[in-house]
Ligand binder design. Structure first.
Ligand SMILES: *Cc1c(COP(=O)(O)O)cnc(C)c1O
Length: 392
């Protein structure tokens, strides 16, 4: 990956960097100095790859979806991240970061979570590694996502409600940062997407890049060519999308499409399409597109899918949007729901509502008969059954 690599200061073009309070500087600096050195060692790679194989279940299949392909008159392959342990791509990243935390000698893990998916993935790897785990979650989110709160507790994590502000993700993030400032010695902060201060976006992208690495190998085996015509993925913070795009970024023949959650529509105030309705500013320690008022207050995002309901977007996506390397499309709640039902009844696979946004592209764009189209199926839809059924 050459053209879209982060620079020394942690920027992708004018996006990224590390805009952090003075008191966080030592933690972030330690991480920045050490992360590449540690993750590139043979020992780290060995342990990471063994866990991905035997604990997560990788490589997961690249599945040629025959009926879906016939329906849309093209060739559609699904990358099955939904078959990973815990049901989505998030575990790839939490395994990478927990191994890094151990190497740094940390004994206590903190995380923030919105829908609870990242919290569950973090609590899972903490149980696996026998490390103390504290997850911050907005009080309102804890009520909305009660089953995930129970999962985290059963896994042994302490879930602390964020009671300030709107009691959602951004408030949980503030609490996690406050905790990190107060516990710099023993605590490691696991961030769940390609967001946050440098080096997090680059680090998370590297851990998720296993997705595109496997796609290349599997596509070569199945079609004789490692490069498809298209790769499609949904974007919240942007980690599954970057993972699916990573090894194709410097292959100009591979067209990349990402879907942002438009919610009720980008011309309403109930949306999460940060690139379409946002503007550059600073969120979660990095400069990127975010949904904000004229005086810089964060606007509460909305999407039917809890995992896409984020007011910002990873800085690399802001850059890939500016450079037009990736085409960012808006998908509404309605379009995603309909695509979720369509995939379920065509292939017998219930996608996460997040992933359903990627499948909605099939109804918006016409592909050629000979095109090879890879869709990243980021997670399974069991968690979303109640929402799907209420829309039947
Ligand atoms: C969390 C989540 C997402 C959104 O996060 P990204 O960092 O944008 O990938 C997408 N799909 C599923 C299944 C998720 O759990």
């Amino acid at each position: 990956m050459n053209n879209y690599k982060v620079n020394e200061q942690g920027f992708y073009g004018e996006y990224g960097g590390a805009f952090i309070p003075e008191m966080l500087y030592p933690n972030v600096e330690e991480l920045k100095k050490q992360y590449l050195q540690i993750i590139n060692t043979a020992d780290f790679q060995k342990e990471f790859n063994e866990l991905l194989k035997n604990y997560v279940g990788r490589p997961n299949p690249l599945y040629f979806a025959k009926r879906l392909s016939a329906k849309y008159q093209t060739n559609i392959y699904l990358k099955r991240e939904d078959l990973n342990h815990t049901g989505s791509h998030k575990i790839n990243n939490t395994i990478g970061q927990i191994l890094l935390a151990k190497q740094l000698g940390k004994t206590r893990i903190i995380a923030e979570t919105g829908a609870g998916q990242h919290g569950v993935a973090t609590a899972t790897v903490c149980a696996l590694m026998n490390l103390q785990c504290v997850v911050y979650m907005g009080e309102i989110d804890m009520q909305r996502q009660a089953p995930n709160v129970s999962r985290m507790k059963m896994l042994g994590a302490e879930v602390i409600p964020a009671k300030s502000g709107s009691q959602t993700l951004k408030d949980a993030t503030n609490e996690a940062i406050r905790d990190w400032i107060n516990n710099p010695e023993n605590t490691y902060y696991i961030i769940g997407s390609v967001v946050g201060p440098h080096p997090y976006p680059d680090m998370v992208a590297r851990f998720q890049s296993v997705i595109s690495k496997e796609i290349k190998t599997q596509l070569k085996e199945q079609t004789g060519n490692e490069n498809p015509n298209y790769v499609i993925a949904c974007v919240g913070g942007g980690s599954n999308a970057i993972g699916a795009f990573y090894h194709f970024l410097d292959e100009p023949s591979v067209k990349l499409i990402a879907t942002e959650a438009a919610g009720m529509g980008i011309d309403t105030n109930k949306t999460a399409a940060s690139l379409k309705v946002g503007s550059p500013g600073i969120i979660h320690g990095s400069r990127t597109y975010l949904m904000q008022t004229a005086d810089g207050q964060i606007i509460e995002p909305y999407s039917i899918s809890a995992g896409l309901d984020y007011p910002g977007i990873g800085p690399i996506h802001a850059y890939l949007n500016d450079t037009q390397r990736v085409d960012y499309i808006n998908i509404t709640d309605k379009e995603a729901l309909s695509a979720g039902f369509m995939l379920t009844q065509t292939e017998g696979i219930i996608p996460a509502l997040e992933s359903a946004h990627a499948f909605a592209v099939l109804d918006k764009k016409k592909f050629e008969k000979n095109d090879i189209v890879v869709i990243n199926l980021s997670g399974r839809g069991d968690k979303d059954l109640a929402t799907y059924i209420s829309e039947l």
